[in-house]
Design a protein around this ligand. Structure first.
Ligand code: FMN
Length: 183
């Protein structure tokens, strides 16, 4: 699970905790990677727009990205939890996923995330606006990665209680499906 808020006590953290605990309770070896403060810089659009991401499917900008990329492609399933900032994913989520997309989307059908189930969670704790655009860009990311959208979950301050239960239900269902015990 990738979480992307600098706030360890907010709505995003509560959503992330629900997913992690439910996945673990369903039998997964579930881990959270917090994308803030782990030294993942921005894509530099190397060369005339592409660097080693295009043909080598790895990022030539050496920083915290490589280790997280390695862990992500090694996971059976992903949960991406972000706060909604300006109707978009947070900056830390964007920084990581922009580079991930370049490395994996450029591999086409050989994307290491092909078919991988993904739950995307957007937490809009302010006005509650921007959920659709945020989830829309998360869905496009999943499509570019050739992964599979298992669920898209919108959370705001008013639906928090039952949406957190929905996140837990979604994470547990994804683990059950992977372990062959769905239904
Ligand atoms: C730069 C910035 C932009 C934000 N934009 C939105 C927004 O478009 N819609 C919204 O509902 N909340 C917005 N918020 C509020 C956050 O979504 C809200 O604080 C959310 O709960 C943040 O996650 P956290 O609980 O992990 O801190 C914004 C917050 C920040 C810091």
């Amino acid at each position: 699970m990738l979480s992307a808020s600098p706030n360890t006590g907010g709505l995003t953290a509560a959503c992330a905790r629900a997913a992690l605990e439910a996945a673990a309770a369903a039998g997964a070896d579930a881990r959270e990677i917090r994308l803030n403060g782990v030294g993942v810089g921005l894509c530099r659009a190397c060369g005339d727009g592409w660097g080693t991401c295009l043909t080598g499917h790895r990022c030539q900008v050496e920083d915290g990205f490589q280790e997280i990329h390695r862990q992500v492609v090694g996971a059976d399933a992903l949960v991406l939890v972000t706060p909604v900032y300006w109707g978009e994913m947070s900056e830390s989520a964007k920084a990581f996923t922009d580079r991930l997309r370049r490395c994996e989307a450029s591999a086409g059908e050989a994307s290491r995330l092909k078919g991988r189930p993904v739950i995307a969670v957007a937490a809009a704790g302010g006005s509650g606006g921007g959920l659709v655009s945020c989830l829309g860009s998360m869905e496009r990311l999943i499509q570019h990665l050739r992964a599979r959208t298992f669920d898209l979950v919108s959370v705001n301050r008013w639906n928090r209680e039952y949406k957190i239960r929905a996140i837990a239900g979604s994470a547990a269902a994804m683990v059950r499906e992977l372990s062959g015990s769905a239904g």
